[in-house]
Design a protein around this ligand. Structure first.
Ligand SMILES: Cc1cc2nc3c(=O)[nH]c(=O)nc-3n(C[C@H](O)[C@H](O)[C@H](O)COP(=O)(O)O)c2cc1C
Length: 205
């Protein structure tokens, strides 16, 4: 059992009043902590009462919202189309910090998705257009063959932007900051949006 002793206690006034600015600050700390994927977050979706969770990469704030990119027709894309309410969690082990976010998603404007798509390496662009995310495939060879076919067919030309691929903005309704403390009496500060104003409460660990 780990004893969390890294951080100084989180007093009631120690976090910024704006949880978006606070999250940005903790993300900066995580990026400086030598982690492999400091922007990785677990994204939970739910349909018909059945949750499912997977990791995606946070790709920056769009206004006050968190963006991530994926295939709109994979499992998470279909689930978000059915139920846009979702949750995301960051866990930075070296920092002994967790952030939990709940809210709803909307698709990003296509222009933003395009812009991000063409900033990615060409290999990833071909990967995104090749993958029918979450579909069953007969073999690894079939997938590799489709990737090679696309790469050859498109040699020397721009990879066409796949209409089924793009970003979401997660519009947060609540954000909880958790920091480990000795003896399991961890600090938890929960921000909730009420009529466009963020309020904050402390939760028991
Ligand atoms: C570190 C890490 C980062 C990932 N980043 C993304 C991402 O940004 N977008 C994405 O679609 N999948 C990402 N994945 C893959 C997803 O976890 C998942 O396998 C995939 O999106 C299919 O999920 P779905 O079937 O629920 O749609 C990542 C996986 C890991 C382990």
């Amino acid at each position: 059992m780990s004893q969390y002793t890294k951080n100084s206690p989180l007093g009631d006034g120690d976090l910024l009043a704006d949880p978006i600015a606070q999250l940005a600050a903790w993300l900066d700390d995580a990026k400086g902590a030598g982690l492999i994927e400091p922007t990785a977050m677990a994204l939970g979706t739910s349909v018909d009462g059945q949750p499912s969770v997977r990791i995606v990469l946070f790709k920056g704030f769009v206004g006050e919202d968190l963006s991530f990119y994926t295939n709109y027709e994979g499992r998470k894309g279909r689930e978000l189309a059915q139920n846009p309410h979702c949750a995301a969690t960051f866990w930075w082990d070296r920092l002994e910090r967790q952030v939990r976010i709940e809210g709803t998603v909307e698709k990003l404007p296509e222009a933003l998705s395009r812009e991000y798509f063409y900033r990615r390496p060409r290999e990833s662009q071909i990967g995104a257009m090749t993958s029918r995310q979450s579909a069953v495939v007969a073999s690894r060879e079939e997938l590799d063959r489709r990737w090679e076919d696309n790469a050859q067919r498109l040699a020397g030309s721009e990879v066409p932007f796949p209409a089924f691929w793009g970003g979401y903005r997660l519009i947060p309704r609540s954000i909880e900051f958790w920091q480990g403390r000795r003896g399991r009496l961890h600090d938890r500060l929960l921000y909730t949006k009420n009529q466009n104003e963020w309020g904050v409460e402390r939760l028991e660990p």
